[in-house]
Design a protein around this ligand. Structure first.
Ligand code: COA
Length: 165
């Protein structure tokens, strides 16, 4: 994802996360950490022709400079245009993020997901994420709880998958 993708991404964002859509500034700030040798973010878009039909982002945080602590990966966002749901695109985006987590040498990857978002949870479970707890009232407004999920050893989830750019 590059800065010129932010406008079309925001359109999808408003449709897919109507209650808590990210702002333009949030995407800008994430992308500011996505390039260069010190990068801690990986943001990708999925294209159908020229049209963006999905996007996803991962943050790798908490690495100790001496290499004593491995960073923890966080799935910041993952989204697929409604008319493409169930086609496996979510899985492709997640695969790309887990490859990035492997490249960042993350020992584990965490995420939060609305407790009522069964489709997303199924996707995460397919990749080996396990529920480890709840964050009460994490999503506001609406006071919806978050399910916290964790994947240990992200590299083993994407072993043998092809790298294509
Ligand atoms: C979550 C999301 C990214 C999944 O994308 P996708 O392209 O549909 O993902 P996939 O096709 O790879 O997999 C979807 C899973 O949902 C399952 N599914 C299909 N229809 C379903 C239904 N009606 N109800 C529940 N699950 C369903 C599929 O079987 C698949 O599970 P599997 O991996 O065990 O087979 C997409 O639905 C989305 O953008 N949702 C809105 C944004 C969002 O909620 N993001 C996640 C925030 S935590």
């Amino acid at each position: 994802m590059r800065w010129w993708d932010i406008d079309p991404v925001l359109e999808l964002e408003k449709d897919l996360f109507p209650e808590d859509a990210w702002s333009r500034g949030m995407f800008w700030s994430e992308l500011a950490h996505a390039r260069g040798p010190e990068a801690t973010r990986r943001y990708v878009v999925a294209l159908e022709g020229d049209r963006i039909v999905g996007y996803a982002g991962l943050a790798a945080q908490g690495a100790a400079p001496d290499g004593e602590a491995a960073p923890v990966g966080d799935i910041q966002t993952i989204a697929v245009r409604r008319d493409q749901w169930g086609t496996g695109l979510g899985g492709e985006l997640l695969t790309e993020l887990l490859r990035a987590a492997t490249a960042f040498e993350c020992a584990e990857v965490m995420l939060e997901c609305r407790v009522d978002n069964i489709r997303a949870q199924k996707l995460y479970e397919r990749f080996g994420f396990e529920p480890i707890g709840f964050r009460r009232g994490y999503y506001q407004p609406g006071n919806v709880d978050a399910l916290v999920m964790r994947l240990t050893d992200p590299s083993s989830s994407v072993q043998g998958t092809e790298i294509n750019g």
